[in-house]
Design a protein around this ligand. Structure first.
Ligand code: XMP
Length: 511
């Protein structure tokens, strides 16, 4: 699908952990910003409405051999450029200055503004700035002057004479640089002249216009998750009855999930089919206890259910997916972790021979933008703020072999955990909360009887991006309430434990 053609700021990614945040901050003040690989061709960087370019930070040093540089024609394009940290050194190097290694400076610093016009306009005489670098400009290019300095860096911010090319040693995109967003706004709006048109309402209008021009029927697999549901709601607004949603009940769903999802989609008036494939999923999982083998089987079963449905109907041209911007970036730019810790395969891996063209209407959006979009499209709030749920569902929360008894325990106990957390007003402040169950059993007493029952593990974690996570320090009385309800209300449970492992070394889901 063609990208939007509103004004944009192109951000070249030199590998800093903060590159993503630069886009995020700029989009917060309604200017479109997109991350591109540092070596993206000039034609790609300069097209599609680009009015300015940002060079991100990164771990390399410009004086090393093979140091990453933008492609020919980008720095020379005449468009305004802002180099941040490593990008600052790229500007210094490209325009004939010199960069040297210094002792590593990391943390807060005070920037004194020497030129209050242009990039640093209106941010005050001094401002806190976050530093994270090991190199600095020893000699700035002749055509540049210093617009800001810190105690440790004489050329912490520089500008060319025309006030169009800038380098800053600090990171304006992080929260530790409190006026950072103003600096990015000065650049994007003040200097590049980008219009602040990246609003969700405008996005809906443009997307609907574009999507409604697509011919043929669209198949959209929905999981009950936010992304696929918002994608479906957007498509429905654009193409109405030409959209067909399918929800595969794999037998690994949360408490009452199938009926909740069905109700929600019926409320939206979308063509919606549920395919009950639970028997086939559970049969395929019988006797399998290895976590990766389980994930693989679940992925294959999804493909099978989907393929069968699509072949039976044989009338679809498009397959819609709820791919988000970070997924696009992770697969294309930053590469992802070197070792596969868990294979996160979802419905995405459909075979090419299915012959459907892929449609990704949310590929330009971040998760919080998707939630805002969902609100505009009328999806229920409760649903939009629901915790993430893994594609393989309870298959990764039931440890060891998946059995109907363990599934029932996992489902009912998780429901209690969520309900108690909600009652305590904490549901929205944690990343995920659920109960898992394995094959361990322990002795308990129910009334006058001995029970050799299952051990249920409560897992509640806090996280910002799921890459790292910490266990939630829940009040003991809340944990006590969860535990006694689980043992009282869920048949077959004798003990309840609380998982106090962080990620790393543990992961969020146990399998
Ligand atoms: P882990 O367990 O790897 O999980 O720490 C990180 C986050 O990803 C979710 N998760 C998945 N999501 N398909 C998904 O869509 C998967 O296969 C999958 N496995 C884990 C997990 O719930 C957590 O939010």
């Amino acid at each position: 699908m063609p990208a939007e053609t509103t004004d944009r700021i192109a951000v070249l990614d030199f590998g800093s952990q903060y590159s993503h945040l630069i886009c995020r901050r700029i989009r917060d003040f309604s200017v479109r910003a997109e991350l591109l690989p540092f070596d993206a061709p000039a034609a790609e960087v300069l097209s599609d409405g680009t009015l300015g370019i940002i060079l991100s930070g990164g771990p390399a040093s410009t004086y090393e051999e093979g140091a990453p540089m933008p492609q020919q024609g980008i720095v020379e394009s005449g468009l305004p450029i802002l180099g941040i940290c490593y990008g600052h050194q790229v500007i210094v190097t490209k325009y004939g200055g010199r960069v040297r290694r210094v002792s590593r400076e990391y943390g807060p610093s005070t920037l004194t503004v020497d030129d209050e016009s242009g990039l640093l306009a209106g941010i005050g005489p001094t401002v806190r700035a976050w530093m994270s670098h090991g190199d600095e400009a020893e000699e700035i290019p002749e055509s540049f002057h210093v617009i800001g300095h810190t105690e440790g860096a004489a050329a912490a911010a520089i500008s060319d004479r025309a006030g169009r090319i800038f380098g800053i040693q600090f990171h304006p995109e992080v929260a530790h640089t409190p006026r950072g967003t103003d600096i990015l706004r000065n650049f994007a709006v003040g200097i590049c002249g980008a219009r602040q048109e990246w609003t969700m309402e405008a996005f809906v209008e443009r997307s609907v216009r574009r999507l409604s021009n697509i011919s043929g029927r669209i198949l959209c697999g929905v999981s009950g998750g936010v992304d696929s549901s918002v994608a479906a709601a957007l498509l429905h607004r654009a193409v109405g009855d030409r959209l067909q949603c399918i929800f595969v009940d794999n037998g690994l769903l949360r408490y009452q999930e199938a009926s909740q999802v069905t109700d929600m989609f019926s409320g939206l008036g979308v063509n919606f089919d549920t395919v009950d494939a639970s028997v086939s999923f559970l049969a395929a999982l019988e006797g399998v206890d290895d976590p990766e083998a389980k994930r693989k089987i679940i992925g294959e079963e999804f493909v099978r259910a989907f393929t069968r449905y699509s072949k039976e109907k044989d009338q679809f041209k498009w397959l819609a997916q709820g791919t988000l911007y970070p997924d696009v970036i992770e697969s294309g730019v930053s590469g992802g972790p070197a070792a596969v810790i868990k294979s996160h395969h979802n419905v995405g891996g459909l075979p090419d021979w299915l012959g459907l063209e892929v449609l990704e209407p949310l590929r330009d959006l971040y998760k919080d933008e998707v939630r805002r979009l969902g609100r505009i499209l009328g999806l229920p709030e409760r649903f939009l703020v629901r915790h993430p749920f893994p594609g393989p569902g309870l298959g990764v929360r039931v440890m060891g072999e998946v059995t109907t008894e363990k599934l029932r325990i996992c489902r009912e106990a998780s429901h209690i955990v969520e309900e108690e957390l909600d009652r305590a007003g904490l549901y929205d402040s944690v990343w995920q909360a659920y109960a898992a169950v394995g094959d361990d059993r322990a002795v308990g007493v129910v009334g006058d009887f001995r029970l050799y029952g299952y051990v249920v593990m409560i897992r509640v974690v806090e996280s910002v991006d799921a890459m790292t996570a910490d266990w939630a320090r829940l009040d003991h009385s809340l944990l006590g309430a969860m535990s006694s309800r689980i043992t009282n209300e869920v048949e077959g449970v004798a003990w309840v434990t609380y998982a106090i492992s962080s990620k790393p070394p543990a992961t969020i889901e146990p399998q």
